[in-house]
Design a protein around this ligand. Structure first.
Ligand SMILES: [Zn+2]
Ligand SMILES: [Zn+2]
Length: 187
């Protein structure tokens, strides 16, 4: 099965695992594409800093990233670009001991982020999850978006002063209410 995995998001941390706790590696990230989910799209590249730090038992990944998401205004449904910043702090545990080459017992922490057997850290999943979580819930095209008319659905941003004589009346019924039979003018 084909699996999307950009090399730019995979980091070999073997050297870092052999270093003393506190050792660091820094990376500049610039990622034009990252599949997120079916209804979420990037509107700008993912850019920022990634720091990998050797801890006593793991590698700590810290990232500060910026990007933007494509969305729709929650009031008028116009397309909106929403800038977002995400901070990631994820501890990645070894799958294989760096000194002995033997598999590590993972049963104690089955859900932890793991390096692979070659000490590769794949940051695609942590970055994807952080961006999906940062999706704004109530996007607005502008803070004072007037939204759509609740009676007829017209865009109130483009129709200032639009109103209905009686907000409770369906516009089709309102048209009927205004209709009067022609007066009998026959003499
Ligand atoms: Zn709007
Ligand atoms: Zn209306």
């Amino acid at each position: 099965m084909w699996r999307w995995r950009p090399t730019v998001l995979s980091y070999n941390v073997a050297d870092l695992l052999r270093a003393a706790p506190g050792a660091q590696q820094r990376f500049q990230l610039e990622l034009p594409e990252l599949p997120l989910s079916d209804d979420l799209r990037l509107a700008a590249p993912i850019a920022g800093q990634l720091r990998l730090i050797r801890t006593g038992r793991s590698v700590l990944a810290q990232a500060e990233l910026s990007t933007a998401l494509e969305g729709a205004c929650s009031r008028c449904l116009r397309p909106v670009v929403a800038p977002i910043d995400v901070t990631i702090e994820e501890e990645a545990l070894p799958l294989v001991d760096i000194d002995s080459g033997l598999p590590v017992d993972v049963s104690g922490e089955p859900d932890a982020l793991r390096l692979d057997a070659h000490h590769e850290l794949d940051m695609a999943t942590p970055i994807r999850e952080a961006i999906v979580l940062a999706e704004p819930i109530n996007l607005l095209c502008r803070p004072d978006c007037a939204g759509l008319c609740q009676v007829c659905g017209i865009d109130l941003n483009e129709n200032e002063g639009h109103s209905h004589a009686d907000q409770d009346v369906d516009p089709r019924l309102a048209a009927l209410a205004d209709w009067q039979p022609a007066a009998d003018n026959s003499d």
